[in-house]
Ligand binder design. Structure first.
Ligand code: PRT
Ligand code: ZN
Length: 287
């Protein structure tokens, strides 16, 4: 494809890589992301994909090497580049937390006063302590913060946590959450009108994919005597579709429900006599 292209930076290999490329693919963008590729051109959408280390993405976007990027909010906060974060993407969820050895008698954040804290996020941690009026000694390390206390390098750490099992296996206990994070779409400060048009199209698709992921399509058979109550349980996008069944005492009801309410709604539907409940994933949801 010729003409103006929007350049998007995604993580080359790591925790955000698969989710980032899958998101683009679900937006209908076709490209080849074969191993070792640094750059790929989409076949059917005016974008070019750059595969980079996550820490470099904010700066590349700020400098205009890329127009947009997908990166964790933690990396964005640490690198403090002048870019706009325009959409949360719902994956790469984690938290940046302070953790102490299990035998540390922790009572409050004041216990960090004068302590050595190892982290790969010095800027965020420094700001957090400053905001809480704590003078701690921050040791910047480049990785594996969780081993710092056991080798005597620090009294505590500040690192990303998702399941908590890394902290647990290293004899550490999470005591304070410094920030919550997930992957976000970042954009450089000024885009030409052509690039903005491409971004608006992509963003529209991203929002549809996100909405679809949060919702399910549900079909069921409802006894007509309870139809009103069953419809009330299923608000749908506007309202549920109701079709007559060959058996005149029953109707088929189609609707969309939010994943979070899913099990509660299904239980209520069953208690109202709903049968043959089918639940389907939605590919895209255009709103
Ligand atoms: O090579 P590159 O620099 O691109 O990658 P990277 O090694 O710096 O980053 P990567 O791939 O590990 O993480 C990319 C992004 O994923 C992070 O910036 C976060 O936004 C997000 N993310 C989500 C996480 C985690 N969850 C996570 N659990 N990043 C790292 N971890 C690590 C954490 O540092 C700790 O070592 O996983 C361990 C803890 O996990 P649990 O499940 O044991 O608690
Ligand atoms: Zn990194």
């Amino acid at each position: 494809m010729r003409g103006t292209k929007l350049k998007i930076a995604v993580q080359k290999s790591g925790r955000l890589s698969d989710d980032s490329t899958n998101l683009l693919k679900r937006c209908g963008v076709k490209f080849n992301n074969g191993l070792g590729k640094l750059k790929s051109e989409a076949e059917n959408f005016p974008i070019e994909i750059y595969f980079l280390r996550d820490d470099d993405i904010p700066q590349y976007v700020a400098d205009g090497v890329a127009d947009i990027g997908i990166v964790g909010e933690n990396v964005l906060a640490e690198t403090r580049q002048n870019v706009d974060s325009i959409e949360k993407l719902g994956f790469g969820k984690c938290r940046l937390s302070l953790a102490v050895p299990k035998n540390f008698q922790y009572q409050s954040i004041k216990d960090f006063e004068g302590k050595r804290v190892a982290t790969t996020y010095p800027q965020i941690v420094r700001e957090f302590f400053a905001a809480n009026n704590i003078a701690a000694d921050i040791h910047t390390i480049s990785g594996s913060a969780e081993i710092a206390p056991s080798i005597g390098l620090a009294d505590a750490i500040c690192d990303l946590v998702s399941s908590g099992s890394t902290l647990f296996t290293n004899g550490l206990r999470e005591v304070e959450t410094v920030m919550l994070s997930e992957a976000v779409l970042i954009v450089r400060k000024t885009l030409s009108p052509e690039l903005q048009t491409i971004l608006d199209k992509l963003l529209f698709r991203i929002k549809s994919v996100k909405a679809a992921a949060q919702n399910k399509y549900i079909l069921l058979n409802a006894p007509n005597e309870n139809l009103a109550e069953i419809i009330a349980l299923l608000p749908g996008m506007r309202s549920p579709s109701v079709l007559p069944l060959a058996d005149s005492d029953w109707s088929s009801v189609h609707s969309v429900i939010n994943e979070n309410d899913f099990w509660t709604v299904v239980e209520s539907l069953k208690s109202k006599g709903a049968e043959g409940i089918l639940v389907l994933a939605i590919d895209q949801m255009i709103q």
